[in-house]
Design a protein around this ligand. Sequence first.
Ligand SMILES: [Zn+2]
Length: 113
Amino acid sequence: MSTFTERTYRPKTHREAMAELCLTLPRTPGCHPWCTLHCQIDETTTFCMGPDVLTPVTPNGYVGLSSCAQERGGQPMIDLGDGLDHVTVEQAEEYARAILRQVARARGQEVSA
Ligand SMILES: [Zn+2]
């Protein structure tokens, strides 16, 4: 009991947290191609989870990808890594485009359309 283990704090990614909290299942034929972790939340709800993209700019340190077959018709959702926001692929693309336009503008590289 006297062993001191030094731990550095590292927030769990959604994927890691879900892997601990949920029952992980084998992939199903209906899984998305990017499904690397198929999880069950309750008796009737399962979802696909893809690999997280790690990035220091989100509060959670990642951007995630998941899809619940029982919600939104199994539409993939991008987890923006702030613990709250899940957006559709289209919304994420629009958001990313807007950010990239402002980055270009800020750097004086704006291309007039
Ligand atoms: Zn799956």
